[in-house]
Design a protein around this ligand. Structure first.
Ligand SMILES: CC(C)(COP(=O)(O)OP(=O)(O)OC[C@H]1O[C@@H](n2cnc3c(N)ncnc32)[C@H](O)[C@@H]1OP(=O)(O)O)[C@@H](O)C(=O)NCCC(=O)NCCS
Length: 187
């Protein structure tokens, strides 16, 4: 992860951490993704369709297949013992990369997402000259906010965002990370 992509190279999306492998999604991931995201406890914190069906997973998997742009990179997270457990994604929004992520409920509370998001953000900054990554959480999602705070994200405002699983507009804490804040946070 020592140089910027020049636009012609194939983007390498293989990241090894202590316990995890972050890698490009493949069509065979559709089943465990569907199982994880059809859980309301997960989907109620996200913008994904609800109920979440296998076609939604396939749509997501096909959509990203040909992208070679770091701001649109999507990673599946493999746990060293159990295989696919969640994902971390960037998507382009208002000129910046917007970060999103989720983890199968069975794996919550073990530091897995902190490990995965840190690695993905490190990868993003090593692959681009970009400064800002945006993200955010629904106002009640303190675990996700904690993951972001530890990496240097700060609150930039509040908005109302529709949550399909709750069929309601929910207050959203908008957040942002700068390269400098990230480097300071992970020392
Ligand atoms: C949010 C989510 C990704 C967190 O994954 P995780 O692997 O359990 O997170 P981690 O264990 O790495 O870290 C969670 C942190 O939140 C903290 N936390 C957990 N519940 C908390 C609460 N109610 N209040 C405050 N902090 C809390 C933990 O203590 C931990 O911080 P620490 O490492 O400083 O102790 C996971 O719960 C999830 O997938 N939720 C559903 C989907 C979702 O919310 N996606 C993000 C949308 S913004």
């Amino acid at each position: 992860m020592s140089h910027y992509l020049n636009g012609k190279e194939k983007m390498d999306r293989t990241i090894h951490t202590e316990r995890l492998l972050l890698r490009a999604p493949k069509l065979s991931d559709a089943n465990w993704i569907t199982k994880g995201l059809s859980n309301f406890t997960v989907a109620g914190n996200m913008l994904v369709p609800h109920p979440f069906e296998i076609d939604h997973a396939l749509e997501w998997l096909l959509q990203e297949k040909n992208s070679n742009v770091p701001a649109e990179a999507q990673f599946c997270i493999d746990h060293q013992k159990d295989g696919g457990v969640g994902s971390v994604s960037f998507r382009r929004k208002s000129g910046n990369a917007q970060l999103g992520y989720w983890l199968d409920e069975h794996y919550w509370g073990r530091g897995i997402m902190s490990e995965a998001v840190k690695a993905a953000v490190q990868w993003y900054y090593a692959s681009t000259r970009a400064d800002i990554i945006t993200s955010g959480v629904f106002h009640f999602n303190m675990a996700s906010l904690a993951v972001q705070h530890k990496l240097g994200f700060v609150e930039t405002g509040r908005s109302e965002v529709y949550c399909p699983a709750r069929a309601a507009d929910i207050e959203h804490i908008d957040t942002e990370l700068t390269r400098e804040a990230f480097e300071a946070a992970i020392i």
